[in-house]
Design a protein around this ligand. Structure first.
Ligand code: AMP
Ligand code: MG
Length: 400
């Protein structure tokens, strides 16, 4: 049985990035930058006012106060988007708004709230320091400054900085297309009545969302009955239509577990089977021509954990991501936790706003109540026993 690290290394070794494409920024969220993207212009592009108010010479209003208003002649108005050739001369002002280019001659903006209008004049009721309420050219981002590096995720913040500096599109890694197959005679589509002995199928909807979060494109396939022929046909179709197939169920040692046999019959080559983790021991990774099979266990939490630890990194590497692992955050244990087994256990925990991690409930590989309550996985070594109050690292699958 492989260790998790050995299994991850085998998956990484098999997968090479898929190439890139140019997309509009509006559809760039979560994509991986395929090149460094830089600011096309200085941001701001020109010195401008940070307030609605009056551009002045700070020395003219040095002694201004409620008790000692200083009258300035208002020579012009510059709205945002306009440009004025007027110059602020001694004891004069120009009306400006947030974002108005700074008029020549002025070295500060008095905010409107500190003024009183008086016809052609304005009375200034407070002093301003030189350059107060002025935003300088390039103080935010300099032209040529890197906003996102090749291999980094396009966050919404990075997208907005790119747009503000003039980009309309960006080159990103291509998205892997993944066919999603769930095997099992007992499975029934949610939203339809259950026959005796049937259960609702939940793995495809769970995995489709995790695949989308990881930047991939999921194609859910119809449910696959537990026969060799049906499994073969579904695998062949999935592999021909997608870059990879994820199956759930049918990879264990039961007589009705057909995924490995069907994959081999259609010419697939199994790379490894079984990883020393809990939940998720039965996991198949294999190659068919230039495509891949990730055979996940049927139990929903096993499928969840093996996806996050073994498939998600592959989807990220495919897109050229530098960071392929889950986000790791320190927390303090609120419960004592013991792993009496000899496999590494990924324990569902709920981390609260203060960073205290508590057990999310029953930790069996089929129990979804604890998965629903959890927001992180605690990586618990074999035979480890942790006390309440100990510092631990928790893996998080959510972006924030
Ligand atoms: P298997 O790996 O096929 O033996 O399935 C292990 C357990 O997971 C069984 O109890 C199955 O009923 C359950 N299971 C398998 N696939 C799914 C699925 N897609 N959705 C929900 N439960 C499943
Ligand atoms: Mg099954």
């Amino acid at each position: 049985m492989l260790s998790l690290e050995e299994a991850q290394a085998r998956v990484f070794a098999a997968i090479t990035p898929m190439g890139s494409e140019v997309v509009p920024l509006v559809s760039g969220a979560r994509r991986i930058a395929a090149e460094d993207a830089v600011a096309g212009i200085d941001l701001p592009r020109f010195d401008n006012s940070a307030m609605d108010g009056f551009a002045v010479r700070s020395e003219d209003v040095r002694s201004a106060s409620e008790a000692n208003p200083i009258r300035l002649r208002v020579n012009d108005t510059v709205a945002a988007g306009q440009q004025s050739s007027a110059i602020v001369t001694p004891l004069a002002a120009i009306r400006v708004f947030t974002g108005s280019p700074m008029p020549a001659g002025a070295d500060a903006v008095v905010m409107q709230e500190d003024t009183r209008s008086a016809g052609q004049f304005v009375e200034v009721l407070d002093s301003v320091k030189p350059w107060e309420h002025v935003r300088f050219r390039g103080e935010d981002l300099k032209r040529g400054e890197t906003i996102v590096r090749r291999g980094e995720v396009l966050t919404v913040g990075r997208i907005s900085a790119l747009a503000a500096t003039g980009s309309a599109e960006i080159r990103v890694g291509k998205r892997p297309v993944v066919a999603l197959l769930s095997t099992g005679d007992e499975l029934c589509e949610p939203g339809t009545p259950l026959a005796p002995g049937q259960i609702y199928e939940s793995n495809r909807v769970m995995l489709a969302n995790l695949i989308a979060d990881a930047g991939g494109i999921a194609i859910p396939f119809p449910l696959v009955p537990d026969t060799l022929a049906a499994t073969r046909a579904a695998l062949e179709k999935g592999l021909s239509e997608a870059d990879a197939v994820i199956t759930t169920g049918g990879v264990s040692v039961g007589e009705r577990d057909f995924v490995k046999a069907a994959f081999e019959e259609i010419g697939g080559v199994q790379d490894f089977w079984r990883v020393a983790i809990r939940p998720g021991k039965p996991f198949v990774f294999g190659k068919w021509r230039e495509k891949f099979l990730f055979g996940l266990p049927g139990n929903p939490v096993s499928a969840f954990v093996t996806f996050l630890l073994l498939v998600r990194p592959a989807l990220r590497q495919w897109q050229g991501a530098t960071e392929t692992g889950l986000r790791r955050r320190q927390a303090v244990l609120g419960d004592a936790i013991v792993n009496s087994g000899d496999r590494r256990h990924f324990v569902r925990v709920t981390v609260d706003a203060d960073g205290v991690a508590c057990l999310a409930g029953v930790q069996a590989s089929h129990t979804l109540g604890s998965l629903a309550r959890s927001n992180g996985l605690l990586d618990l070594a074999p035979h480890a026993s942790l006390r309440s109050g100990e510092k631990v690292d928790v893996l998080h699958w959510q972006a924030a």
